[in-house]
Design a protein around this ligand. Sequence first.
Ligand code: NAI
Length: 355
Amino acid sequence: MSIWRSAEFDDHEQVCFFSDEETGLRAIVAIHSTVRGPAGGGTRFKTYATDELAVDDALRLSRAMSYKSALAGLPIGGGKAVIIGDPGKLKTPELLMAFGRFIDRVGNVYTTGEDVGISMADVEVMNRVTRYVAGTSDGAGDPSIHTATGVLHGLRAVAEFRLNRENFDGMKVAVQGLGSVGTRVARLLHDAGARLVVADVDPEKVKMAAREFGAEPMATEDIHAASVDIFCPCALGGTISRQTVPEIRARAVAGAANNQLASPEAGEMLAERRILFAPDYVINAGGVISGLEAFQAMPGRKPAEAIPLDLRLAGIRDRLHEIFAKADEEGVPPEVMAESMAQELIGRKPARQFA
Ligand code: NAI
């Protein structure tokens, strides 16, 4: 295996491999960029078919964190950690503390937190042996509240830019996934006067949304094709694909889910159909934005600039307007423009440069 030959390797600053025989821990920490500040990014705990795929995931996710923080205007770099294995079988307090000790050894250049397979409670166990964690209950807390608020700001930009609408009154939005973020987005939209169509694999969540928000339930396999103004994916990644794009009837796709585009081609297909896409790592940055104070309070870091959280979250709307306008000007999909802007913000030469 050669990291340098991986398609996901992008001149990452540092990649560390850790193992601890006693607890079965095998972990990777990838730090993509610290140009804007110490790197931040959660730890993913999952099974991988091969070790190469685990390395690729760490490399790809850490680069995405660089882009996310840069476009959110944060003085935070991009990093991510991966623990290889089935959390259901492997996860013990001893393993989490062994991992925490490794994080502590990496030191001030990286702070970790929750991600798939790692909960706030797990982060608190790591916190017994390292200060370099964010998202504990006495720190920034549950990020999904702020992620949902950020998504609403982003939806506002989408409504203004593509639908020529200044409010959500009577607007129809399809929310896919009623988890921590999706339920909150649905509630915020309902309170703002939108009409909702919803889907979740959990029928209880769908019933709750029908009862509380008057939402219309839809089958999970059809929700992307709902006849709505905006399709808002808040479940898993990869929902926008060569198969689903031709079926989308909304005029915009904008939601919290990470990695919504199954391929670059899916993004191009959306643009060809004049369906506006809000790049996921821009619209879902609310959680990272809310963690800034806790992040900056760690030893050896400069205190955060005192900009109120509401204003920082509202910045998502402005950033999306900027991306949409520049993308239109250059005739490229918004995600291509966002990536180029992010690369410039972290001092890299953009793969595609625009004026
Ligand atoms: P969650 O696990 O609480 O919710 C996901 C929901 O999607 C669950 O209710 C699940 O039943 C549902 N679901 C799963 N498969 C589905 C399908 N095929 N069709 C419809 N519903 C399905 O996760 P959370 O925290 O709400 O995150 C949602 C998405 O947003 C994820 O992609 C996550 O990576 C992303 N995200 C979350 C952030 C946060 O602050 N929680 C921050 C940034 C991104």
